[in-house]
Ligand binder design. Structure first.
Ligand code: EPZ
Length: 458
């Protein structure tokens, strides 16, 4: 009986070069090297993207700090620039001048490269009275529909039409009205879209069954720093009283809890004592709890540093991804890697996205013993993994493969780095500085055979 392990379709042909992404840069990792010192954590990607979009609400200048230098951040800035904002950066500091927004349409060629560009729709319609934003397609991990965003804007008085792949929203009279909105699912994006739209609406908006993620709270804190009136962010009920305009501010976003969690696993999987920071400890509760269940000790070292102290053995455990404060889906692939090298059986259940097990086929190429049944990955721990060429299929799958390479015997070559560069800032430099033997090569070493994904093997 064929297992229904997710079959990774062949990587998409690069529309420009016409070739497989295997001709792009690769990471070569030699396993078995201990790490030490401090792995530095950058600003949170999933706070940066939505806070950048929220500058559309501000008819003034804003200074944003701790913004990670990521491909996705660059793409979001392109969207803002195309709408008329003036954006300047100095490293991780961005100055955004939102005094003139001269377009209400985000261009397809940019939006198609960054799903998060859809975050522009809420601020645009709140500021301009209308918005034309391409419908984001699905992605590697799922269909990712946006009907909760659209329905919420309609509750606030927006007329929405979707034609030719463009979501055209307009509000008669030019100003949204506050509304009471119940979200069928505590969607992070829908909560953020509607919270932003509500900051300039006429009257009070109440979002019920809202997402509680730390990035939602960070967005609320940024909007409040611009003068918005928001209560309840971080709970399942958020109340916003609309303002006529928002003023400029100087705001630093939170550290990336997913990058921090990835680094804690890097220490655990390489049997290294390692510090990771800065972190906000209360953002890491589920990740730390699961690491300790596996047998990894995590010690708080001062206000914003966690230290990982590997135990003498790692025991398998079960994981189920859930909305915050449940276990984060963005840590699922990375934990799956750690569990392949933990004793006994583990079951990982992905309840948030319908297709977020594509790293499994690649981990099996490294010798992992995993079976996928529906949304469950059933893992039997193995004593070691063996390096091989593997293909990254999405952002967090890439991180999972890097972690596997740190522990595997021999060399692991990771293709498809464009996924990794979207969400991890200078990952190979950070790991190199901590003692890993990892290198980015512009073209794969000629001996490295192009990894055949499960699709081509079957
Ligand atoms: C955000 O995506 C994050 N992205 C994701 O991080 C993260 O995995 C996700 O939240 C969950 O925490 C950014 O913040 C840029 P959702 P988002 O709306 O907002 C369904 C990463 O790796 N849904 O909470 O898209 C949806 O299909 C990325 O950094 C609807 O059905 O997540 C999914 O199954 C990946 N209809 C579930 O809800 C809607 O209208 C959760 O999606 C909206 C969502």
């Amino acid at each position: 009986m064929l297992e229904d392990t997710a079959i990774n379709p062949l990587p998409e042909i690069n529309p420009v070069s016409g070739s497989l992404p295997t001709d792009g840069p690769v990471l070569e990792i030699w396993g078995g090297h201990r790490l030490s010192g401090l792995l530095p954590v950058s600003g949170a990607k999933n706070a940066a993207l939505v806070v950048l979009a929220a500058t559309l609400l501000c008819s003034d200048e804003c200074r944003l700090r701790n913004i990670p230098e990521l491909v996705d951040v660059g793409r979001m800035v392109q969207v803002l620039t195309s709408l008329g904002l003036k954006c300047r950066s100095q490293g991780t500091v961005w100055d955004i001048d939102g005094r003139t927004v001269d377009r209400a349409e985000a261009p397809y060629e940019i939006v198609s490269k960054l799903r998060a560009s859809f975050f522009a729709i809420g601020p645009l319609i709140a500021r301009m009275g209308e918005a034309r934003v391409p419908l984001p397609g699905g992605c590697a991990i799922g269909a990712r529909p946006v009907e909760l965003h659209v329905r919420g804007l309609q509750s606030m008085g927006a007329l929405v039409q979707i034609e030719g792949g463009i979501v055209h929203a307009a509000v008669p009279g030019g100003r949204l009205k506050g509304a009471r909105i119940y979200l069928d699912y505590p969607s992070v994006g829908a909560t953020e879209t509607l919270m932003m739209a509500a900051t300039l609406a006429d009257g009070e908006t109440v979002l019920e069954n809202a997402a509680r993620e730390p990035e939602v709270v960070d967005l609320a804190n940024f909007c409040r720093a611009m003068g918005a009136e928001i209560r309840g962010a971080g709970t399942d009920t958020i109340t916003v009283v609309g303002r006529d305009r928002l003023h400029g501010t100087d705001y630093a976003i939170v550290p990336d809890r997913i990058e921090a969690g990835t680094f804690l696993i890097a220490g655990a999987i390489s049997d290294s004592e390692l510090s990771v920071g800065p972190v906000v400890p209360e953002h890491m509760t589920a990740t730390v709890a699961k690491l300790e269940a596996i047998g990894v000790k995590i010690i708080q070292d001062g206000a914003d540093v966690l230290r990982v102290v590997p135990g003498d053995r790692r025991i398998g455990t079960d994981i189920e991804t859930l909305p915050f404060p449940g276990f984060p889906t963005d840590m699922q692939a990375q934990f799956t890697t750690l569990l392949t090298l933990s004793e006994g059986s583990s079951v990982v259940t992905e309840t948030v996205f319908e297709n977020r097990m594509r790293h499994v086929a690649e981990l099996k190429r490294l010798g992992a013993n995993i079976r996928v049944k529906g949304r469950n990955a059933i893992i039997e721990g193995v004593p070691f993994l063996s390096g091989a060429p593997v293909m990254a299929t999405d952002l967090r799958a890439s991180a999972a493969l890097v972690l596997a390479g740190l522990a595997a015997r021999g060399k692991t070559t990771i293709f498809g780095l464009h996924h990794l560069d979207r969400g991890y800032e200078r990952l190979e430099f950070k790991l190199q500085n901590a003692g890993a033997r990892i290198e980015r090569l512009d073209t794969p070493d000629s001996q490295a055979p192009v990894p055949e994904t499960a699709a081509t093997l079957s």
